[in-house]
Write a protein that binds this ligand. Structure first.
Ligand code: NAD
Length: 375
């Protein structure tokens, strides 16, 4: 469970420190199991108090309704919300080889771009009751509680690309100092003891700039924490650097030694999926994407719309319920309520809750009720 540091950590949400008014949440249920798991998570949220929830279509549902995966109206509603909760988008109905046809994922990309969500946070904390579900041995993963902080809007995924007349292809990786500093800040605020900054500084120039900038950021932060009137706890977070190939290995061999892994877009994409497997099921993994301090965060399960089980009532709602916990913590500055949801999920799992993806027979509804009963 994180962060141990308390309510001052890290909440770029616009309602941070001002939890007195009714928060306004935009819910984007999306497609497939999206609406099922979103409804379950909102039921848990409603149990905690008053929230104004406004639902909008996104992805395939929005294509059916409006001809586009994300309307300007929906994006505007998200921009002015305190936080956005998303289910999942996509499905066979909207798959097409026509490059002109609207695609559900455009909704997600439009949202990330429109809200300038540059930081993706994925906590990896295998529930004690599910240690047997991981592909790794119990003694390897026991005690793991780490977070991957991935830069989401820069690097090679957004650089110039193309084909040359000679038939070769290229993708460009670029990072600026401010881009690195702002993601480093999110990582340090999320850390309790150590930030492991992952790069490929022995080969890549962008990685050398990354390493230099993170090092300088950490030094400035340490000096500021020693200054008059500063918070000395900010001085406690160590920084280490690790090459990405080594990090991929260490993540499997000693996951519990990590606290926060800070990395650029493509390395983070790969490492966060590797780390996710430590927990066993994709139905368990929440995520948060954060932007500027005054902008709302986007909270969503890591899984997709699972068209193969949509409508059967078998979807595991725990990843989306976990995303609501992250929303409370990182988006609304309500750390203890977020932690309360996570404890309720742990207790329900300890009491034997298992949906089909975990080898059990619990339905979305009974799983939600089991969490509510432990809240
Ligand atoms: P998926 O995550 O939807 O499903 C993969 C497998 O995991 C399926 O067998 C599914 O039944 C199972 N699964 C996923 N979530 C589950 C849950 N909560 N409970 C129980 N089982 C669960 O990935 P996919 O099959 O590759 O993609 C299906 C659709 O989802 C595609 O259209 C894809 O583009 C889209 N997708 C969307 C997102 C998103 O919205 N963020 C992410 C990934 C995939």
């Amino acid at each position: 469970m994180r962060p141990a540091g308390g309510a001052d950590l890290p909440s770029p949400g616009r309602r941070y420190g001002a939890a007195l008014t009714t928060p306004r949440i935009v819910a984007l249920p999306g497609d497939g199991i999206g609406p099922e798991v979103t409804a379950a998570a909102l039921e848990v949220l409603a149990r905690l108090g008053e929230f104004e929830v406004e639902a909008h279509a996104i992805g395939g549902a929005s294509i059916d309704e409006h001809g586009t995966a994300l309307t300007d109206e929906t994006l505007d509603a998200c921009r002015t919300a305190d936080a956005v909760l998303l289910g999942a988008v996509g499905g066979p109905k909207w798959e097409s080889t026509d490059p002109e046809a609207p695609r559900p994922e455009q909704g997600l990309l439009g949202l990330r771009k429109g809200l300038e969500l540059f930081a993706n946070l994925r906590p990896v904390r295998p529930s004690p009751a599910l240690l047997g579900a991981s592909p790794l041995r119990r003694e390897r993963i026991e005690g793991t509680d780490l977070m991957v902080v991935r830069e989401l809007t820069g690097g090679i995924y957004f650089g110039e690309r193309g084909r040359t007349a000679g038939g070769s292809a290229f993708d460009t990786c670029a990072y600026s100092v401010p881009e690195i500093e702002r993601i480093a800040e999110v990582a340090f605020r999320s850390a309790r003891r150590r930030v492991t900054s992952v790069d490929k500084a022995n080969v890549l120039e962008t990685s050398r700039l990354w390493r230099e900038t993170v090092e300088r950021f950490a030094g400035d932060r340490r000096r500021a924490a020693r200054g008059e009137g500063a918070d000395p706890r900010e001085d406690d977070v160590e920084l280490e650097h690790m090459l990405v190939d080594n990090a991929a290995m260490q993540l499997i061999s000693r996951p519990r030694d990590f606290d926060v892994l800070l990395t650029e877009n493509m390395f983070g994409d790969i490492l966060s999926d590797e780390a996710a497997m430590l927990t066993g099921s994709i139905g368990m993994l929440p995520s948060a994407s954060l932007g500027a301090p005054e902008a709302p965060g986007l909270f969503e399960p890591v899984h997709g719309s699972a068209p193969d089980i949509a409508g059967t009532g078998a979807a595991n709602p725990l990843a989306t319920i976990g995303s609501v916990a992250m929303m409370l913590r990182y988006g609304l500055g309500r750390e203890s309520e977020g932690a309360g949801i996570e404890s309720a999920v742990d207790r329900a799992l300890e009491a034997g809750l298992r949906t089909a993806d975990l080898g059990g027979a619990a339905t979305t509804e009974s799983a939600t009720n089991a969490v509510l009963a432990n809240l």
